[in-house]
Design a protein around this ligand. Structure first.
Ligand code: NAP
Length: 421
């Protein structure tokens, strides 16, 4: 019998309870012994009622083999996970906040105590990505990881693109459908995606990528005009989490980008997630599936439990997704270059166009054919694409543009994902 202690029984925890009731789990001798919650009254009349506790000590006191943390947040999850590892318990967690901040330290504690810390569900919900990246692709030198890893923002951008609605209206709908929190900041500002990118990049490049070093832009300034003109250009706007190995270190950023419709990520809609990994031996590999939700995420959690049962219990081992003593990665954006989609509000149209021509060597004005736009856009704006500008340079040129009297306001600066990279 393999005894499991569950920390948390909300959306994901209740999914884990449901999946562990399946026949295959009984066959493997999996059994939930204790379930830690904050408020036992909330779980009245549930079939697992007799297993509930609100004291963490009850989990550690019993002879539990695997602790499953599905509470979320850092405090007290960090303390509980650390204590569980120190007491020789394997841990499975779905908590990206915890892994992005303390993954390295907790892996080290796990190794020192001969147990495993698995976190497949922390990135991409139900999509198996952590194990393939750390094990199946281990022989590859990974040069790039990119993907759509936040379902909430993808839902909002999909609704804006499909129905022409504003950002505010799409966010409200996402909240009504339960896809966005009442305070949506972590999702729409790109923080959630950056935590997931830090986890993926740390594993891919075998170095410790700190999410606080990642360049982040959210989707909160994307307007219906951006979406409409992008569509006219044959592109979709997506919040792209991207990291790349460069000569100067690791480039890592989360930002909304224009993706040409031929790009496999452009068609990833609604709450779906997709990640492309580029390896020197394997080439491009695409992972696609449901990035959140009760059963998809619980499926990844239970997959980790099976992994421990099959490969580690009774035979304590030290397999780890994070490199032992991983060096801290140098995260550098300056040297990378992109193409940029830029919209400005001019005071004097002719003078502003002249200024653009003087500031950007390779550029192209966009004059959308109104009859082909999804919805009417403000006619009093200048749209242009500037090619191949370094991240260090774009700020300087935009500052010069803003400083001229012919420009009233810079409305949008969005990167265009290049096909050749
Ligand atoms: N929801 C998703 O689609 C999804 C997808 C991927 C990953 N995740 C991750 O999975 C984790 C859980 O998410 P969730 O959506 O299931 O959260 P949730 O629905 O809010 O459930 C949290 C559970 O943890 C318990 N809990 C919270 N703080 C506690 C404390 N201090 N002491 C004891 N129990 C405590 C709560 O107890 P009560 O029941 O008494 O309130 C509740 O049962 C998070 O790390 C999240 O990021 C979620």
């Amino acid at each position: 019998m393999v005894k499991i202690g569950l920390l948390g029984c909300g959306t994901i925890g209740s999914g884990v309870v449901e999946l562990l009731a399946k026949e295959a789990c009984h066959r493997n001798g999996l059994s939930i012994e204790k379930i830690l919650v904050r408020n036992k009254d909330k779980h009245n009349n549930k079939p697992y009622g007799s297993k509930l506790t609100n004291r963490f000590e009850d989990i550690l006191k019993s002879d539990i083999d695997i602790v499953v943390e599905v509470m979320g947040g850092i405090d007290p999850a960090y303390f509980y996970v650390k204590q569980s590892l120190l007491k020789g318990r394997h841990v499975v967690t779905a908590n990206k906040d915890l892994i992005a901040k303390f993954g390295n330290e907790l892996q080290k504690i796990a190794r020192q105590n001969g147990v495993r810390l698995l976190f497949e569900a922390s990135v991409g919900g139900g999509i198996p990505i952590i194990k393939p990246l750390s094990e199946c692709l281990a022989v590859n030198s990974i040069s790039e990881v990119k993907g759509i890893v936040n379902g909430t923002t993808n839902f909002i951008l999909s609704r804006m693109a499909n129905s022409g609605m504003t950002y505010e209206a799409a966010l409200k709908e996402a909240q009504q459908c339960g896809y966005a929190e009442a305070n949506p900041e972590a999702d729409v500002m790109g923080f959630d995606a950056a935590r997931k990118l830090a986890i993926l990049s740390s594993i891919a490049y075998r170095s410790n990528v700190d999410y606080e070093d990642i360049y982040i832009e959210g989707i909160n300034n994307i307007s219906a005009d951006d979406i409409s003109i992008a569509k006219y250009l044959g592109c979709s706007i997506k919040l792209l989490a991207l990291s790349r190995r460069t000569e100067k270190g690791i480039m890592a950023r989360v930002a909304p980008v224009l993706l040409r419709n031929t790009n496999p990520l452009a068609g990833v809609a609604d709450v779906y997630n997709a990640i492309i990994v580029k390896g020197d031996a394997v080439g491009d590999v695409l992972f696609f599936g449901q990035g959140a939700g009760k059963l998809p995420t619980a499926s990844a959690v239970v997959g980790d439990i099976f992994d421990i049962v099959r490969h580690s219990l009774g035979n304590r081992c030290q397999v780890s997704s994070y490199e032992e003593e991983a060096p801290t990665a140098k995260v550098d954006m300056e040297g990378c270059s992109s193409d940029f989609f830029i919209r400005i509000k001019p005071r004097s149209r002719v003078e502003a166009m002249d200024k653009i021509a003087g500031l950007f060597e390779r550029f192209e004005f966009v004059f959308p054919d109104r009859s082909k736009l999804q919805r009417p856009v403000d006619p009093d704006q200048i749209v242009f694409i500037a090619y191949d500008i370094s991240e260090g340079d774009i700020d300087k040129r935009i500052k010069s543009l803003k400083a001229t009297t012919s420009v009233d306001n810079v409305l949008s600066i969005l990167r265009i994902e290049r096909e050749d990279q």
